[in-house]
Design a protein around this ligand. Structure first.
Ligand code: UGA
Ligand code: MN
Length: 253
């Protein structure tokens, strides 16, 4: 099967650095297809250039977040869900372009700020329905992970943040076989869920806890980290801007 990694992304100073880190990892993976969806009305040349130079199989899409769901300046980022429209656009692309049951694939939601080990993709490749594994540095814990009983079944998570969620797991902690997404043709992300419920929303449309496949050595290994890149302080750049100047004139950063 092909691994389809869906990455929503948006313009900001660290964007090219983030996407470069991801593309360098993804270049080490066989049978891989990157679906990158820009949070903007139009595709940008920065992302187009990066993809073109990456030598990866990719699909480049763009769809803007509606204004009422866009984060306002100074508003904390957790106030609004992120990547909803973008991930749905990628799912729509998959359903339209990989509709044939011979198109075997596994879908992974790979946010642009996380850190991915090459080993993660060996695990993703095994997913028959929905696979789950530990995620490092998320939800206020060093590791958030599925709890496995002696029969090798998932019986819950060790999550500390909103553990009452139906699937208290981060987006980086699961992958879904394309077959399931074709069978559940309406399964998608929604604005209409409370904070932290995006993952539960999609998962409850396609699976149940007892069907989950624990991976990464029975969920004893960490192969992905919810790292989140620090926002750079660009005070001197602001001063340049006030004088009508910029350091990135004629150079892509
Ligand atoms: C956590 C989860 O890890 C996300 O998968 C989930 O979408 C998010 O919460 C949520 O509840 O909506 P967090 O690290 O806080 O994520 O979110 P970001 O990494 O900032 O955003 C997730 C993805 O959406 C990233 O790939 C980011 O580039 C993209 N994004 C973010 C946009 O496309 N537009 C934005 O305005 C912000
Ligand atoms: Mn993130």
């Amino acid at each position: 099967p092909v691994i389809y990694a869906i990455t929503p992304t948006y313009k900001r100073p660290v964007q090219r650095a983030e996407l470069t880190r991801l593309s360098n990892t993804f270049r080490l993976i066989n049978n891989f297809h990157w679906i990158i969806v820009e949070d903007s009305e139009m595709k940008t040349s920065l992302v187009a250039n990066l993809l073109f130079r990456s030598h990866l199989n990719y699909t480049h899409l763009a769809i803007g977040t509606p204004v009422e769901w866009k984060r306002k300046l100074k508003e904390p980022k957790w106030k609004k869900p992120r990547g909803v429209k973008q991930r749905n656009k990628a799912l729509e692309w998959l359903r339209n372009n990989k509709a044939n049951e011979n198109d075997e694939g596994i879908v992974y939601f790979a946010d642009d700020d996380n850190t991915y080990s090459v080993d993660l993709f060996n695990e993703i490749r095994k997913v028959k329905g929905v696979g789950v594994w530990p995620v490092g540095l998320v939800g206020g814990l060093l590791v958030e992970k599925p709890l496995i009983n002696s029969k090798g079944k998932v019986i819950g998570w060790n999550s500390a943040w909103r553990p009452e969620r139906p699937f208290p797991v981060d987006m980086a902690g699961f992958a879904i076989n394309l077959k399931l997404l074709r069978n559940h043709s309406n399964a998608e992300f929604s604005w209409d869920v409370s904070r932290g419920y995006q993952e539960s929303a999609i998962l409850s449309q396609v699976t149940t806890i007892d069907q989950l496949e624990p991976l990464a050595d029975n969920c004893t290994k960490v192969y992905v980290w919810h790292t989140r890149t620090e926002e750079p302080i660009l005070k001197a750049e602001e001063k340049l801007k006030n004088r009508g100047l910029r350091s990135d004139m004629n150079i892509e950063v």
